[in-house]
Write a protein that binds this ligand. Structure first.
Ligand code: HEM
Length: 393
């Protein structure tokens, strides 16, 4: 890219950054009697920010009341529109017979942007991301081929993971795959299942999916804790990982960079699983117990103290908390699904000998030396048994 193009991009970015929010024309506003103008409507349709204070704050007042002696004197100072606006912007003093903050919100128009995001961008990005990683992995497989054990298997094996480690891994993997499948059925039900199989089928599938999703989530959360406890000590980042990444992990470059029990790429998968897994679990719990676990206003307040320029809203309605939890849950889950598809590839068809680590726990000694040389040295120093393939245990 030449300098002129970089300059043009910078100017374009700056233009977006300094373009003020749409400011209303007072004259026009007066011509509509203080109500919204055509410009307000057009700006909103273009997705521009519109200052809504002209109606948010226009809620009527006792001061506007006509004297009791006049013809409209008995109507008070609040028109029906004033009252509706008060309800819409949650400014009215609402009393309801059932308890809870959420019940007092009668109209919540933020729900529209939640719906549009979920029905629009969210599905599109999920489809591109998941489709994209599958196409990329297929392309990688057909160009680079399966990573083989150089010189072939040695015929000797060493124990890589104990049975309780494999059990923890498969509980996490099994529950995650079920959560991913049922979550995607819920996300794409309206756009894929209804057009093909109809409303009744989608209703049955969605009812089943949500039941599985809500119950299997507990297995995922428990095994996430187990995986963290079992493997955190082996996943502390070190200088060795930088060298591993610099050498392309031996996948794109030549030779095998040194690694202990987990290499840099595996540590990345580990921490992604833990951090995103914890985040998807927290937002999931917030959805499972509606209005009981609001967390976004508090999180935004913390982010604002570190990055004040973000100016995130710190006062959220109960419904907004739920909408954010719902969007965040899906965004994190889709990110995890994309990363885990790559993990599944490398742990199965992508690399000869890798699956055995999570199969019977025994890996070929030569495979282990090529991918985890320092770990093999440590294990042999501890006297770990080496078995011949075919040995009866
Ligand atoms: C069919 C699906 C899966 C297969 C075939 C698979 C395979 C494997 C294998 C072979 C290993 C050990 C690699 C080694 O020996 O160093 C491993 C490790 C691991 N797996 Fe999976 N896995 C699957 C699904 C999952 C899922 C769904 C998650 C998390 C949600 C997960 C999280 C992990 C983590 C955190 C590790 C340790 C770090 C790493 O080796 O990358 N796995 N997996």
């Amino acid at each position: 890219m030449n300098l002129k193009m970089i300059g043009a991009c910078l100017i374009a970015l700056l233009t977006f950054a300094v373009t003020p929010a749409y400011s209303e024309d007072e004259g026009q506003r007066a011509s509509t009697g203080g109500a919204q103008t055509l410009d307000d409507i057009l700006a909103r349709q273009k997705g521009l920010e519109v200052d809504e204070s002209f109606r948010r704050e226009n809620l009527g007042s006792f001061d506007n009341a006509q004297p009791a002696s006049s013809s409209l004197g008995t109507l008070g100072g609040f028109s029906s529109s004033d009252i509706y606006r008060g309800i819409r912007y949650s400014e009215s003093d609402i009393k309801v017979s059932n308890n809870g903050h959420a019940a007092e919100i009668l109209v919540q128009d933020g729900g529209m942007s939640w719906l549009l995001t979920r029905e629009g961008n969210m599905r599109a990005y999920a489809a591109y991301g998941i489709g994209g990683i599958i196409i990329a992995l297929c392309a990688f497989y057909f160009t680079r081929g399966r990573m083989t054990i150089e010189g072939g298997p040695s015929g000797q094996t060493i124990e890589r993971f104990k049975s309780f480690e494999r059990f923890g891994h498969w509980c996490l993997a099994g529950s995650f795959i079920m959560l991913a499948c049922t979550g995607l059925l819920l996300l794409f039900g309206r756009s894929v299942i209804i057009p093909i199989f109809g409303h009744e089928a989608n209703s049955a599938i969605a009812t089943f999916s949500i039941w599985v999703h809500n119950n299997i989530a507990w297995v995922f959360m428990a095994s996430l804790v187990a995986i963290f406890v079992m493997w955190v000590a082996h996943n502390i980042p070190s200088k060795l990982d930088l060298v591993w990444f610099a050498k392309g992990g031996g996948i794109v470059g030549h030779g095998h960079p040194s690694a202990k029990k987990f290499n840099g790429g595996q540590k990345l998968i580990f921490w992604m699983t833990i951090v995103l897994g914890a985040s998807v679990s927290m937002s999931g719990l917030s959805l499972l117990f509606p209005f009981e676990m609001p967390m976004f206003a508090k999180t935004f307040a913390m982010i604002n103290t570190v990055l004040p320029a973000m100016g995130l809203p710190t006062e959220l309605l109960p419904h907004e908390e739920m909408q954010l939890a719902h969007l965040w849950h899906a965004i994190v889950a889709i990110t995890m699904i994309i990363a885990i598809i790559a993990h599944i590839y490398i742990g199965s068809v992508g690399m000869e000998g890798a699956f055995d680590a999570m199969g019977d726990g025994q890996v070929d000694l030569e495979w282990a030396r090529q991918h985890h040389d320092l770990w093999v040295e440590e294990e042999q120093a501890k006297g770990a048994p080496i078995r011949q393939v075919g040995d009866v245990r």
